[in-house]
Ligand binder design. Structure first.
Ligand SMILES: [Zn+2]
Length: 168
């Protein structure tokens, strides 16, 4: 367990002062945020949220995958989510390489990943528009679900709304 000593020790200290707020597992602010796994992003802090306020879904590139859609269906229908933000970010590694380059880089370490789709992006804004549209057009999600697409600037901390709410 040596590899985890630092975080497990920190958790023991955290639990000593932890107070259960009694909040349910639903999203108190009715929000779901899909963002990148980039460790510079602090989703709750950047949006002024507290634990319990929102559902946070993260993956490489903040992509709307089948698993993200599956999770959103549960979040919307069972956990009080009524608005969704897709938050991509500046300086995302997924915008700087192609899937072929990632396969080659990992193959150089002896692992063939060609059966995986990494969903790298040549045009981040265009992909963001498509990802927002995937949510809006899902037959499993309500028509009045509010969805926006944003790009978070990792240098300034500011969010740019690249795909505004649909006018309908
Ligand atoms: Zn990223």
């Amino acid at each position: 367990m040596d590899a985890f000593d630092d975080v497990l020790t920190a958790n023991a200290a955290y639990a000593e002062h932890f107070h259960d707020t009694g909040r349910p597992g639903k999203a108190a602010r009715g929000l779901a945020v899909i963002t990148c796994m980039d460790s510079r992003i602090s989703p709750l802090e950047m949006l002024g949220l507290q634990p319990g306020d929102a559902k946070i879904l993260r993956n490489a590139g903040a992509r709307v995958t089948d698993d993200v859609l599956r999770t959103l269906v549960l979040a919307v229908h069972l956990l009080d989510v009524s608005r969704v933000m897709v938050v991509a970010h500046t300086d995302c590694r997924m915008t700087k390489v192609t899937d072929e380059e990632v396969h080659a880089e990992i193959l150089a370490r002896g692992i063939d990943t060609r059966s995986l789709e990494f969903r790298t992006m040549r045009d981040q804004r265009a992909e963001l528009v498509g990802d927002v549209q995937k949510i809006r057009s899902s037959p499993y999600l309500p028509d009045d679900l509010a969805v926006i697409g944003c790009i978070y600037d990792v240098v300034t901390g500011l969010i740019d709304v690249a795909v505004p709410p649909s006018s309908s």
